[in-house]
Design a protein around this ligand. Structure first.
Ligand code: ATR
Length: 289
């Protein structure tokens, strides 16, 4: 099975895509179009980047099944949920959608497959990890942290701690979904005995935390402990480097991207993606094809 066959584009080509701002960095078109080509589908997956205020117009314009659907990335995930007519449990709990399906009757269905992506990443890179193996500490209290908290609770995690710079945000998240809130002055308690750490702070933070000494991490990982970073560029983030040095097994963010794309593709095109080496596809240099 090859991904190098040309896309078929004609009058019956099905369209799907990803919408975000910025979007040029997105690996989703590369991944979905490789899967489309390998399956020989008459379909194409395109990037869309409306202005900050143009997301609603773009989505409303696609009502009625003009296109199959859209993956949604920052900063539009919460707005995507608000615009939809129905939403699955994952999207409702996360307060955000990463997938909009445009039905032929004009309705828009919101879904969230990011949680499946998170669990897929652990399954791929730390296969013995279990959500209930011990305390989980999530760094951050924004949209990404909310999605992770909801997913892990549903997967059976019992002790989840939210560690965030701004205590009020951590508290409001824990009030909504459960968990215990901590701010950075309480990092020691938040991390005590944690066997899972997840960095769900925003990507910008990675650069600011290039000085590994400033990262809230225990000096020594408990047995079986795993650290995961949702960011995949760079793949081996300062957070993961510091966690590995403390003895944590590590899970990078690339499999989370792939793990959310797989069920998205199935929902968009009615069949699962083919078994290609998705990590190599994502990591290959841009060839302009
Ligand atoms: P996302 O939707 O990607 O989660 P977000 O809602 O903006 O993005 O949340 C970003 C998270 O990164 C927040 O937890 C934020 O902490 P605050 O709630 O205190 O703002 C965290 N974050 C961003 N920059 C940070 C920094 N310089 N130091 C510590 N935390 C930071």
């Amino acid at each position: 099975m090859t991904s190098s066959a040309p896309l078929k584009i004609n009058g019956t080509t099905e369209i799907a895509g990803v919408v975000g701002r910025p979007i040029a960095h997105s690996l989703s078109p590369r991944l979905h179009n490789a899967w489309i080509r390998a399956l020989g589908l008459n379909a194409v997956y395109l990037p869309f980047s409306p202005t900050e205020t143009g997301f609603q117009r773009l989505v409303q314009g696609f009502r009625g099944g003009v296109i199959r659907g859209l993956n949604v990335t920052l900063p539009f995930k919460a707005e995507a949920l608000a615009l939809a007519d129905t939403a699955d449990t994952a999207a409702q709990e996360a307060g955000a959608a990463n997938l909009l399906l445009f039905l032929s009757d004009g309705a828009i269905e919101a879904r969230n497959t990011d949680g499946l992506g998170l669990l897929y990443a652990f399954a791929q890179q730390a296969p013995t990890w279990r959500p209930d193996q011990g305390p989980i500490t999530i760094l951050g209290a924004g949209g990404a942290a909310r999605g992770a908290l909801a997913t892990l609770k549903r997967a059976g995690a019992r002790d989840i701690r939210i560690l965030n710079r701004t205590r009020a945000r951590a508290e409001s998240l824990c009030r909504a979904l459960g968990g215990t809130a901590f701010d950075l002055t309480e990092a020691g308690r938040a991390l005590d005995g944690a066997t899972t750490l997840i960095n769900a702070t925003s990507g910008q933070l990675q650069a600011e935390f290039a000085d590994k000494d400033t990262l809230p991490l225990p000096a020594q990982a408990p047995p079986g402990a795993v650290a995961m970073d949702m960011v995949y560029a760079p793949l081996n983030t300062p957070f993961l480097q510091a966690a590995a040095a403390a003895g944590f097994a590590t899970v990078d963010g690339l499999d989370m991207l792939i793990g959310q794309a797989r069920p998205s593709f199935a929902a968009l095109f009615g069949q699962p993606p083919p078994e290609l080496d998705a990590r190599s596809l994502c990591l290959a240099p841009e060839d302009g094809s």
